[in-house]
Design a binder for this molecule. Structure first.
Ligand code: ATP
Length: 253
């Protein structure tokens, strides 16, 4: 394994019923970098992301083989409490899903379930994570209002704050800007660039321009396979595979 690989995926295969969705995937995801998983619709990006925190456990007809090693633990064969694994990863989905409660409680939720209930502690930490997600200034005077009253872009930043509050090491983001306006998208991208010093970020997107703006490392998938992967500069400036070259030219977006 590369010395700085945070996540090592080896020989990963995933079937849903008889259909093979992921085919012999081998990926090294470097620590404290933004790894972008790129590829056309239906190539398996979201499914791959779901295997990383074992969300695939929820589907009885999914069969997964191979290994996903995170800091020396193969999370696929891990028999302990899966929430311990999931707690190490914050998840951002395409559309924000704030909990049906106040802005404050949304962020405090993760802290509360891990047993931190003291009011003064919660107040400080909620401010801290809202600042980290660049939302504090916009919401500090209405922390008790329902989160559903925020704009979609604000809700996504709230979900980021909620995710950060459980103190993860990894952020998994599935097209987190696809429902956002350009300014809100930019805010999320800038946040990721800032956060990568402290977190390993895995971002699924099919927006090439976004990948060019923020990726350190790129994994290009097509029809359930990894076609090519490597440092972003090399990937964009000097792609090796014909399918990558075609994709970068916009042949099958
Ligand atoms: N629960 C499921 N049951 C059956 N097939 C599924 C299921 N989930 C995903 N698939 C299939 O697996 C393939 C990969 O889907 P996935 O959502 O991972 O692709 P994607 O690259 O994320 O696509 P997009 O960019 O459109 O979100 C698709 O052919 C999809 O139809």
């Amino acid at each position: 394994m590369e010395s700085n690989a945070k996540i090592q995926i080896s020989n990963l295969n995933l079937h849903i019923g008889k259909q093979q969705i992921l085919k012999d995937i081998n990926i090294q995801i470097p620590e404290n970098k933004i790894t972008v998983i790129l590829g056309p619709s239906g190539c398996g990006k979201t499914t791959l992301l779901k295997t990383l925190n074992r969300l695939t456990d929820m589907y009885p007809d999914i069969k997964v083989t191979g290994t996903i090693v995170i800091d020396d633990i193969d999370i696929l064969s891990y028999k302990g409490d899966i929430t311990q694994i999931r707690k190490r990863m914050g998840l951002l989905s395409q559309r924000p899903y704030p909990l049906p409660m106040s802005i404050f409680k949304n962020v405090a939720y993760g802290l509360r379930i891990s047993g931190r209930k003291k009011k003064t502690f919660l107040t400080k930490r909620v401010e801290h994570y809202l600042r980290q997600a660049s939302l504090w200034e916009e919401v500090k005077d209405r922390l008790r209002d329902p989160a559903s009253g925020l704009s979609i872009g604000q809700q996504q930043r709230l979900c980021l704050a909620r995710g950060l509050a459980v103190d993860p090491e990894i952020i998994l983001a599935d097209e987190p800007t696809s429902a956002l306006d350009p300014l809100s998208s930019q805010a999320i991208e800038e946040k990721f660039l800032e956060l990568k010093d402290r977190y390993t970020i895995v971002l699924v997107t099919h927006v090439l321009r976004q990948a060019r703006r923020i990726a350190d490392h790129v994994v290009f998938m097509y029809l359930g396979e990894v076609v090519e992967q490597g440092p972003a500069k090399e990937f964009f400036d000097n792609p090796k595979e014909e399918r990558t070259k075609a994709y970068l030219k916009g042949a099958f977006n």
